[in-house]
Every structure is written in structure tokens, then in C-alpha cells.
Design a protein around this ligand. Sequence first.
Ligand code: TRP
Length: 465
Amino acid sequence: MKADSKPVAPAQAAPARGGFSSTLGALFATIGSAVGLGNIWKFPYLTGENGGAAFIIVYLLSTLLVGLPIMIAEIMLGRAAHANAIDTLRKLAPKKSFPWWIIGAMGALAAFLIMAFYSEVAGWVFAYIVKAFSGSILSTDPAVTSQGFTSLVSSPWLSLICQWVVLIVVSFVLIRGVSKGIEATTRRLIPILFVLLIIVGIRSVTLPGASQGLAFLFTPDFTKLTGDAVLIALGLAFFKLSIGMGTMITYGSYYRDDQNVPVSAIRAMGSDLLVSLLAGIAIFPAVFAFGYQPDAGASLLFITIPSVFASMPLGNIFMVVFFILAAIAAMGAMLSIMEVPIAYLSEQFSLSRTKATLITAGLLALIGSTAALSNSVLADVKVLGFTFFDLFDYLTSNIMLPIGGLLIAIFVGWVWGPEKIKSALTNQGALKNQGLVNVIIILLRYVTPLLVLVVLLDGLNLLPF
Ligand code: TRP
């Protein structure tokens, strides 16, 4: 053990401040955080909007060269300090240096902004389970499904109630704690998610005319890629891996000291990728088979997909299954977003978990209402040309998370340094993963920060060429 980390409870018991009780539980919770609406909602609609396979390749490179190293770095830092995101950086940064805890503070702010719109989209998903059961949006006519969606989002009360229901359900799990709440819930839900997704995927690829959708997903056309699309792909990689704002630092702080961090992160990243590709395989073949357009944008999941399901045999059943799996995915992700401020509030102000959760949820209901009402009473209120909903989405994925990630890579690679990284990632020499660790160090010091910087500046049109 190193002097700068707290003593650890005996191997069997969870540490006093709460933690995942097993390696597998920690892995499921991490996968649960990564897999979410990012996979089921964002990945398909952004892939559809940005031309398919070429976008996926850029996304893949961002995930491997930027996302994975930062994910490993965050989990490693959290585990080394066994503290919330802000305290982790306070503890690990040298005294009298740059105030690195700002990364954690910016992360806590990002958590609120992300959750503000995320909880609303999750609310729509919950509402769609009900709608799918009742069959009210099952129509092959996009005008009808479009009307179904509009009537939901343009009603201020319905929008707010959807969001509140989500916040209440998530808070309920969070109050139960890290091991009994987060770990137990994700461990049950993630396997169900995989099974449901595979069922819908098989249905989709066995439709006549499915091949066009597969070609869209797997045959790249690089002429469709813009500089904007590259930043969007990078932002998506941050969003999907839950990095750049302290989620993985917080979850890392619940990891056990004998857990193999790089291997767990690689498994979580692989599962996340698999779920995204499966979601693409479940969606695009069906979209093309029934003659719909892939580039509908953010409403793809709520307007196009119901029409697609209505067009297929037994579509009503598959639609219920599909939205249940989306809700499951959203659950695990929301737990991890809210855990960042909850861990901070409860440790900083010695609050009980229940109090910290209720305060967080209350603040979210307040901030989130601006996103929830973005399609109704606040539709005309624009900040920098965006509604609140779009502003929170754009600002977090494309600016705050990349900046947070960049700072983490610089902190770990250059301030904390290779020696400590080596020691942390090999569990003080107990693991034989030297080769892998050396690659991670090179990525974190040179490749990752450089790529983030260039893509960020280019995407914001700040490069002189
Ligand atoms: N990764 C989740 C998804 O794909 C969302 C998420 C959870 C997230 N925690 C996060 C995004 C932290 C950014 C930062 O839906």
C-alpha cells in the first residue's frame, strides 16, 4: 500500500465508505455506466446523420486511442485515493501546484447538465414502454408516430412528470447504496439487456432487404465526413464511456485493490462497443428494409423506430421489448451520473446517502426542468442559438467532457507520472501486465492529449488552417 491511499478493509468486506463487493460486481456496474442511451439513442442517430460506417471508424479510433486510456486513468486515480472525484484530485495532486481539483468540480457541474437532458430522454423511453403496450404509436405512417412524439414533448406537464418519475426511480436505487443499490441492480439488468438486444437484432437482420442497412453500417464512405463529424465522434466516445467528468473516478474509488484495472476497463469498453454495434444492427437493417431514412436525427428512436416496428410482423411485441431494454440501459448510466455529486456531497458535508441523494435529485428537478420544457413553454428561449436541452447536450459532450479528459490525461501522464502509473496499474507489481501498461503510458502522455486537443480546436474552428 502506498502512503497516500487510505487503508483498505479486509478482502471480503466492502470498505467502510462503501464499495463494490466483488470484481464482477464492479465490472457490471462499470458496464452499466457505459452502456446507456448513448448506445441506444445517440449512437444510432449520430451514425445515421453522419453517413454510417466512416463515422463508426472515427468513433472506433476515438474509443481506442482516447477513450480507453482516459477510462483506465480515471478508474486508477479513484482507486488510488478511495475518494470522490474532487477529493481524489485534491489528494493525489502535489501541494501548491495547479488546482487540479477543478477537474472534479467541473465534472460535478457536467453531471448536472448531462443528467438534466438525459433524465428527460429516459422519461420519454419510460413513456414509450406504456405507449408500446397500448399500441397507440404503432403505425407505419410516420405522420402518426411523429404526432405521438410531439404530443408528448410539447406537453409541459407530461414532460415534467416523465422526468420526475425517472428521478424518483433512480433515487430509490441510489439511496440503497453502492453495493446493495448500484451493484445489485446493474448485475441483474445488464444480462437481460444483452439478451433482449440480441433478440431484436436477429429479428432485424432476418427481414427481407436488411442487407442495405448492414452495408450502411459497415461499408465506409469517407466523403461524408466533416471536421464537425470528427468532433462529434470524439464527443460520443467520451459520452459513451462515461469519461471526462469524474464518473469513472468515483466508480474507481469503489474498486477493490486486487482488481485488474486495465483488464476491467477493456472489458467494459468492449461490452459498450458490442452493445452499440448490436443497437445499430437492430435498427438500421429494419430502417432500410421498410424504406425509412437513417438521418432523422434525435427523433430517430421515437418517430422512425415505432414506424419500423409497426411494419414488421409481431412488431408490437418487439417494440415493447426494445423500449424496455432502452430503459434498462438508461438506468445503469443514470445511477453513475448522479453518484458523482452524491459521493461528493455526502463526504464533503458528512451527509447521509439519503440526504445527499434527495438534494441531488431536487437540484436536478430544478435544472432539468429547463431541458424538459425545451419543446414546449421554453422552446423559444435560445442560448447561443440552442434550446436548453440542446445546449446542455452540446456543451457537455463536445466541450466539457473533452476538456475534462484532456486535463486528466495531462495530470496522469505528466504530473502523477509513469512510475506511479506503473505501480497502480500492476497492483504494485502483483500483476504481470507490464507490456500493456507501457502502451497505456505512451498513449496517455502523447497520443491521447494531442488527439483531443487537435480535434477539439478543429471542431470549434479555432485552428488557423
Ligand atoms: N455512458 C452513458 C451512456 O452511454 C452516459 C453516461 C453515464 C455518461 N455516465 C456518464 C456520460 C458520465 C458522460 C459522463 O448513455
